[in-house]
Write a protein that binds this ligand. Structure first.
Ligand code: NAD
Length: 478
């Protein structure tokens, strides 16, 4: 069993209180690690280190800072197997998917290293003679990164890579469900020569350590990936200092299946999207609207596909399609939502219960629900599990209206070969992303950003980089 320490100002240290919390493997339900239960004092220490380090860090050339991102990508690739194993153990993520996350994370560091010579300021025409107006893009300062448990390694990189590149310093808190991969990464990067205080990892509760971090006046940007409720709390906590926030929150992704689509491709994409990491992905297909003429065909094919989903040990060879949920709270939540859907009139076609055939682990069966309607909780609230509710719609307009009738606005998708339906969906869906004829999964050069309650700002690509940069305009009269 590993015992981890926080990484503050280049040193590994226990929590100030010396308290720890246990990290559980969701598949075996056994304790696999102890991590420090940091609090207010730990937050202050880490923020102070990050503040002191920031000026000198920002003074280095961007290409020099990018060199550290390349080294991070390198140590990740050299330790791919160990990191994927740690990730699969702390999350019950199937091993091949854990490997994909590790590889994508290395790629992410390399991608942002490539921005070193690319981002620019602007020269703006003045109304006066003999005047230049220059717009600089400068590091916003100390970043606080708050991470969820579903992609702990990749989301860590989403916050660390743009911070390091732009000359910000960062204090990052992983979720208490999944701190192990982040602390393994801390051990790896402690030997790449990064100046002390540039990168700090702390762990502990959200309402204690997390709140102390986001409330501080030393912070230039708070970037959270998490639930809407945490986003709302962070907006309240950052209000006093008017600290900039970037919030990537929950989703309730609609899928529209049109009568003319390639049905086999659509069914595969929807099922893959729903069961990836046991349904615990913010942009997963959360509800499906099917045009009436192809409803029976879709239900027939999707029933067979959901029934064929294999679940089990994340390390089994060959790998199952999915494993279990992250913890018993998630399992109970899913169970409650399915029970309520049945009370409200939904019908179970596949699954609909815990997996009694698994001796350990927080397993819920891949589940397909028919006869769902727009007013049901299962169509309106984020499930975050392997449950696919389906609604039959009379036509495309009804599907569009129902897809938009939702408080979330993260991702959406449509399956059609009809150009007019495709273009209407792209123009009328109020979501940060729309996937056409493919599964829900974003690219690192895109911009992952939610609309409405799914967030403020976003990550990835050029626009994600700008979150970490403050504009500063100089008027120079000569
Ligand atoms: P969560 O909101 O419960 O926790 C996220 C993080 O916030 C944790 O580290 C937690 O300790 C911390 N936290 C909680 N209260 C806090 C406070 N008051 N101040 C500071 N920090 C606090 O979310 P979760 O259960 O870990 O993750 C699942 C949620 O994340 C889902 O809703 C999912 O949709 C969302 N998510 C969104 C994206 C995206 O890109 N939009 C990606 C992944 C996950």
């Amino acid at each position: 069993m590993n015992t981890y320490q926080q990484y503050i100002n280049g040193e590994f240290r226990n929590a100030d209180s010396n308290e720890q919390f246990a990290v559980i493997n969701p598949f075996t339900e056994k304790i696999i690690a102890m991590a420090p239960k940091g609090g207010k004092h730990d937050a202050e220490l880490a923020l102070e280190a990050a503040s002191v380090a920031q000026k000198e860090w920002a003074a280095k050339s961007c290409i020099e800072r990018a060199g550290f991102l390349k080294k991070m990508a390198e140590v990740i690739r050299e330790n791919r197997e160990m990191l994927a194993r740690t990730l699969a153990e702390e999350q019950a993520k199937i091993f091949p998917l854990a490997q994909v996350e590790i590889d994508a994370t290395a790629e992410y560091f390399d991608y942002y290293a490539g921005w070193a010579r690319k981002y620019e300021g602007e020269v703006i025409e003045s109304d006066r003679t003999n005047e230049n107006i220059l717009l600089y893009r400068q590091p916003i300062g100390v970043v606080v990164g708050i991470c969820p448990w579903n992609f702990p390694f990749f989301v860590m990189a989403r916050k660390v890579a743009p911070s390091i590149l732009t000359g910000c310093t960062i204090v990052l808190k992983p979720s208490s469900e999944t701190p192990n991969t982040t602390f393994e990464f801390a051990k790896l990067v402690s030997s790449i020569g990064l100046p002390n205080g540039v990168l700090n990892f702390v762990s502990g509760g959200g309402s204690t350590l997390g709140d102390a971090l986001v409330r501080s006046s030393q912070v230039g940007l708070v970037t959270l990936t998490g639930s809407v409720e945490t986003g709302q709390r962070i907006i309240a906590s950052t209000a006093e200092n008017i600290t900039k926030t970037s919030l990537e929150l929950g989703g309730k992704a609609p899928v529209i299946i049109c009568a003319d689509c390639d049905m086999d491709m659509a069914v595969k994409a929807v099922v893959d999207s729903r069961i990836i990491f046991s349904g615990q992905v913010c942009n997963c297909a959360e509800r499906v609207y099917v045009e009436a003429p192809v409803y029976d065909e879709f239900m027939d094919k999707v029933t067979r596909a959901m029934a064929a989903v294999a679940y089990g040990d994340p390390f089994a060879d060959p790998a199952p399609n999915m494993s279990c949920q992250i913890n018993s709270a998630q399992l109970t939540k899913i169970e409650g939502m399915v029970a309520k859907a049945l009370e409200e009139g939904a019908e179970v076609l596949v699954g609909g219960s815990r997996c009694e055939d698994q001796p350990t682990g927080f397993f819920y069966k891949p589940t397909l629900l028919a006869s769902c309607t727009q007013d049901m909780e299962i169509i309106r609230k984020e499930i975050f599990g392997p449950v696919l509710p389906v609604v039959k719609v009379t036509d495309f307009d009804e599907a569009l209206n129902m897809a938009n009738d939702c408080e979330f606005g993260l991702t959406s998708s449509i399956f059609t070969n009809n150009i007019s339906k495709m273009m209407r969906a792209i123009n009328e869906l109020k979501f940060g992303e729309t996937y056409v004829n493919r599964e829900h999964f974003e690219a690192i050069q895109g911009f992952h950003a939610g609309w409405r309650k799914s967030g403020i700002g976003g990550a990835d690509g050029k626009h994600g980089l700008y979150e970490y940069l403050q504009t500063h305009v100089a008027y120079i009269q000569y």
